[in-house]
Ligand binder design. Structure first.
Ligand code: ADP
Length: 521
């Protein structure tokens, strides 16, 4: 290995593809971003165009390489970190038969509900570490079988967006353990495909990709793509892991006493554990990383997406230049802790952990004539914080007593948001100096595969620590008062979620019908 080797880490996320070029000492040499147009959203559907993802990935690598200015010949390899829970059907030539059905797609509610709480569902949780929830590709494939038989019959394979991009880069189908685990089809103990899950989906084992460890070689980069990226043909592409794993280890959280608290479009609280950890109540998930590490935690649907909702609503009524996230956060900063008694249940996009109810819906409770937009903005951040408080409690109950919390994801750009989170949790939040932890860790897997590091834990030497955000005791005291009320409100609202969703669906269907009659939708 040449002393000046550098590596590429590709973070194929939900909103964009980001790539870091990183030296073997962990120094970031260059960074690139390839944007995609947002997911095509229709009712509960969220699909992305896989070709657009591929294009964005190649563009982001090209940018990172150009900005790094390092010798292309010294590129020691790359890996892709893929978003969990996406699935698409491809034909025998690898051509897409569907779009990339993302984690946020809610069409598979019913197939998952049919299994939740049954002995088969309990058995699947024990086997795969995945609660019965429609985000898992297992249930999306059942949906395709029941609703798109022409796709189901012609599908040669079911793959994630990462596998599709990896195939286009190298000509090889293979999947790492973490991505496989996030499909709902992997046995977390044996690291083999789960027969009960495959039987439930009604597919064949050879419709899923061969499994491989994160440091295994996926293949060598195809010449045409290498030319577009600005690196030599045959550059090694190693398996790498999922964005969830990468976001955690790239923040330096590799021990079971450390958790990563991530708020990006969605959110998650995750711990790397040396053994699989399951919850008797199936509130958390457990995904294999490699033969010695598992990622345990809970994910929430409503992270940054809730802030996007508020920003977009405000922009509809705003004449000037569009408001940004920073503007909405500045608005929230003008309200004090507790948002003057306004409590937000932030379920704009349904709920995942801990109650796994895709039909959960958002509510603001306690609104009075005293309340202003700034309270709404702050209550929303606080409502997201309370979900994390709940997740910390769940992890403690299942034996993961977290001592240190590291923040990651887009929210770390805001001191206010970090402060609200630290105050709600009553805990310090450590903030890495460089926020793109997923891309950093994706580069690390390539370095590990090339022999530049000895173990996953060595990523600690790559992580530069920034500052710690400490809770303000008076604010924490306010939140200790609000949290029980928040929990009570959730319980009271939970009984009405199905009714409200039925109403919403009926009204949307009636509007569609009228639109069709009038030639508009
Ligand atoms: P993804 O989950 O798509 O990879 P990121 O981790 O980049 O996304 O996070 C995107 C989220 O970060 C946005 O939805 C938004 O809520 C939040 N965000 C973006 N810009 C800022 C900012 N300046 N301050 C705080 N939060 C921000």
């Amino acid at each position: 290995m040449k002393s000046s080797s550098w590596f590429l880490g590709i973070d194929l996320g939900t909103g964009s593809c980001k790539t870091a070029a990183v030296g073997e000492d962990g120094k970031v040499l260059g960074f690139g971003v390839g944007e995609y147009s947002g997911a095509e959203a229709q009712d509960r559907w969220q699909e992305q165009d896989p070709r657009e993802l591929l294009k964005a990935a190649i563009a982001s690598v090209g940018q990172a390489v150009a900005r790094a200015g390092a010798s292309p010949e010294s590129c020691g390899g790359m890996s892709i970190g893929g978003a969990l829970h996406s699935v698409m059907a491809v034909d025998g030539h690898g051509e897409p038969l569907t779009g990339v059905i993302t984690w946020a797609d809610g069409r598979a509610v019913e197939p998952a509900r049919a299994v939740a709480g049954t002995p088969a569902g309990d058995n699947l949780y024990r086997e795969t570490g995945c609660p019965a929830h429609g985000m898992y590709p297992l249930y999306k494939i059942i949906w395709l079988r029941e609703n798109r038989p022409e796709v189901f019959q012609h599908a040669r394979r079911y793959v994630s967006a990462k596998e599709y991009v990896g195939f286009r880069l190298t000509g090889t189908w293979q999947v790492d353990y973490a991505l496989a685990a996030g499909s709902g089809f992997l046995n977390t103990d044996t690291l083999k495909w789960s027969d009960p899950a495959i039987d439930l989906a009604g597919i064949r084992k050879d419709q899923l990709s061969p499994l491989a460890a994160p440091v295994a070689l996926l293949g060598k980069l195809q010449p045409a793509i290498a030319a577009r990226m600005g690196v030599p043909a045959n550059t090694p592409v190693v398996m790498g892991s999922s964005d969830a794993v990468n976001s955690s280890i790239g923040a330096g959280a590799v021990a079971p006493t450390q958790a990563t608290l991530m708020v990006g479009t969605s959110g998650a609280l995750r711990v790397v554990s040396p053994r699989p950890v399951l919850d008797p109540k199936a509130r958390s998930w457990c995904y294999a990383i490699d033969e010695r590490h598992w990622l345990v935690g809970g994910a929430i649907n409503n992270g940054g997406v809730a802030l996007s909702w508020l920003r977009d609503c405000l922009n509809q009524a705003h004449g000037g230049p569009p408001l940004t996230f920073e503007d909405v956060l500045a608005l929230a900063s003008r309200a004090s802790a507790g948002s003057r008694g306004l409590v937000c249940l932030p379920f704009f996009a349904g709920e995942r952990s801990p109650n796994w109810n895709l039909n959960a819906r958002a509510a603001f409770f306690g609104m009075s004539l005293e309340h202003e937009l700034r309270h709404v903005a702050r209550a929303l951040l606080e409502g997201i914080g309370f979900r994390f408080k709940n997740l910390v409690e769940v992890l403690r109950e299942i034996g993961l007593d977290v001592k240190q919390i590291v923040a990651s994801g887009g929210f770390i750009k805001s001191e206010l948001w970090l402060q609200v989170m630290a105050d709600v949790l009553g805990r310090d939040l450590n903030v890495p100096a460089w926020g793109e932890t997923s891309a950093l860790a994706a580069a690390f897997w390539a370095a590990l595969a090339a022999g530049c590091a000895g173990s996953m834990e060595d990523i600690r030497s790559w992580v530069r620590h920034g500052h710690a955000c400490r809770p303000v005791p008076e604010n924490t005291a306010v939140y200790e008062r609000v949290y029980p009320l928040y929990t009570k409100l959730y319980q009271a609202a939970a009984g009405s979620f199905d009714d409200i969703v039925r109403l919403q669906n009926d009204l949307a269907a009636a509007k569609d019908e009228r639109g069709k009659r009038n030639g508009t939708r």
